[in-house]
Ligand binder design. Structure first.
Ligand code: TYM
Length: 333
C-alpha cells in the first residue's frame, strides 16, 4: 500500500451517470487497491440547492449502492456519509477564516449557480469550496480523483492548505486532482451541448440506473448529420462526442471500423449508434442490476455506512485535534 491518502466525494443530488463513473468512480476502483482511500456521499453539499428532505435518504442510499455496484469494496475503503463526520463542519468553520469573499465569488461554480438560482444565492453556495477543502484536508489527502469540472475547487483546496500551513505551521499536504489517464476527464452529453449531469440535460445523459430501452432511445436520438462528403473532413463536435463515448465502452476494432468509415465518407450513423447503444447496455446493465439488489437490503447499507463512519472519524478526529492545537484552541492543557 502506498502512503498517500485518497479522498473523493459525490453529491447526493440525483442519479449517477457515465460522467460520474468515468470521471471519478473508475479511478476510485483502481485506487482502492493501491492507496488508503476515503470515499463519501456529499449530502451537506447537496443542501445548497434545498432538496426535498424526503428525497435525501433514498438519494444517499442509491449513491452508496451505485458506488459499490461499480466495484468499490467497503472492506477496502472507508465509504461514508459526509454528515456522519462532525469533524468536517468544524474544520470547514476554521478554513472559512482563511477564505476570502473575493476569491469565493470568483469561483466558476458559484457564478454559474448564482446565475441559475438568483433567488437562492446562499452562504453555503459561496463557501462550497471551503466545505470541499475540509472534506479533503480532514484526512490529509494528497490525491483527489475527480472529473475536470472540479479542477478549480482543487486549486482552492491547495490555496487554503498552504495558507493554513503558512499561518499555523505545516499540517496539510497539498491535495492534487487525480486521474489514471492523466488528463482529467469531461464526459460530454449525447446532444453535444455541455457535459452529462445529474440534474440537467437528462435526455442527453446516460444514468447508471437507465433501463436497456431508455439507453437505446437516448443513444439513437443523439445528434448526427448526413456524414462527410469529402475524405478526412474534421469531425464536428457532436460526432467527435459519439466517438469519445464509444471509446469508453466499445472494443478497439469496432472503433477503428467506424473511424475508417468516417474517413472514407462511408459512415452510417444509424449503425454506429446501434452499436454504441448495445455496448452501453452491456456496460450499464450489470451495474444497474447490482445497484437495485443492494438498495433492497438497507440493513447491509446501514452497516457499511456505520463502518465507514468509524474509519473516517478515526482519521478525522486526529487531524482536527492537530488543527485546533495549531490554531491555539487547546485550553485544557
Ligand atoms: P459531483 O457530485 O457533481 O460529481 C461527482 C464526481 O463526478 C465527476 N463528474 C464528471 N466527470 C466527467 N465528466 C462529467 N460529465 C462529470 N460529471 C461529474 C465530478 O468531477 C466528481 O468527481 N463537489 C463535488 C463533490 C465533492 C467532492 C468533495 C469531490 C464534495 N466534496 C471532496 C472531491 C473531494 C461534486 O459536486 O461532484
Amino acid at each position: 500500500m502506498k502512503k498517500e491518502i485518497v479522498v473523493s466525494g459525490i453529491r447526493s443530488t440525483g442519479f449517477l451517470h457515465l460522467g460520474n463513473y468515468f470521471g471519478a468512480i473508475r479511478n476510485y476502483v483502481r485506487m482502492q487497491e493501491e492507496y488508503p482511500c476515503y470515499f463519501f456521499v456529499a449530502d451537506y453539499h447537496s443542501l445548497t440547492t434545498h432538496p426535498d428532505p424526503l428525497l435525501l435518504k433514498p438519494n444517499v442510499y442509491r449513491v452508496l449502492a451505485e458506488n459499490i455496484a461499480s466495484g468499490l469494496d467497503p472492506e477496502k475503503v472507508a465509504l461514508y456519509v459526509q454528515s456522519d463526520i462532525p469533524e468536517i463542519p468544524e474544520l470547514y468553520l476554521m478554513l472559512n477564516m482563511l477564505a476570502y469573499k473575493g476569491e469565493l465569488e470568483k469561483t466558476a461554480s458559484f457564478k454559474e449557480k448564482a446565475r441559475n438560482q438568483p433567488d437562492n444565492v446562499n452562504a453555503g453556495l459561496l463557501t462550497y469550496p471551503t466545505l470541499m477543502s475540509a472534506d479533503i484536508l480532514i484526512h490529509k489527502a494528497s490525491f483527489v480523483p475527480v472529473g475536470k469540472d472540479q479542477e478549480q475547487h482543487l486549486e482552492m483546496a491547495r490555496n487554503f492548505a498552504q495558507r493554513f500551513n503558512h499561518r499555523y505551521g505545516e499540517l496539510f499536504p497539498e491535495p492534487h486532482p487525480f486521474n489514471f489517464g492523466e488528463a482529467l476527464v469531461k464526459i460530454p452529453s449525447l446532444d453535444g451541448q455541455g457535459k452529462m449531469s445529474k440534474s440537467e440535460n437528462e435526455n442527453a445523459t446516460l444514468y447508471l440506473a437507465d433501463t436497456d430501452e431508455v439507453i437505446r432511445k437516448k443513444v439513437m436520438k443523439a445528434k448526427t448529420d448526413q456524414g462527410p462528403s469529402e475524405e478526412n473532413t474534421p469531425m464536428p463536435d457532436y460526432i467527435q462526442n459519439l466517438f469519445d463515448l464509444m471509446k469508453l465502452v466499445s472494443g478497439e476494432e469496432v472503433i477503428r471500423k467506424y473511424q475508417l468509415d468516417y474517413a472514407q465518407c462511408q459512415i452510417r450513423y444509424g449503425d454506429m449508434k446501434k452499436q454504441l447503444a448495445e455496448d452501453m447496455v452491456d456496460f450499464i446493465r450489470p451495474i444497474r442490476e447490482k445497484a437495485i439488489e443492494l438498495q433492497k437490503d438497507e440493513d447491509t447499507l446501514r452497516k457499511i455506512m456505520k463502518s465507514g463512519k468509524d474509519k473516517a472519524r478515526d482519521s478525522a478526529s486526529k487531524t482536527l485535534e492537530e488543527a485546533r492545537k495549531a490554531m491555539g484552541i487547546n485550553f485544557y492543557c
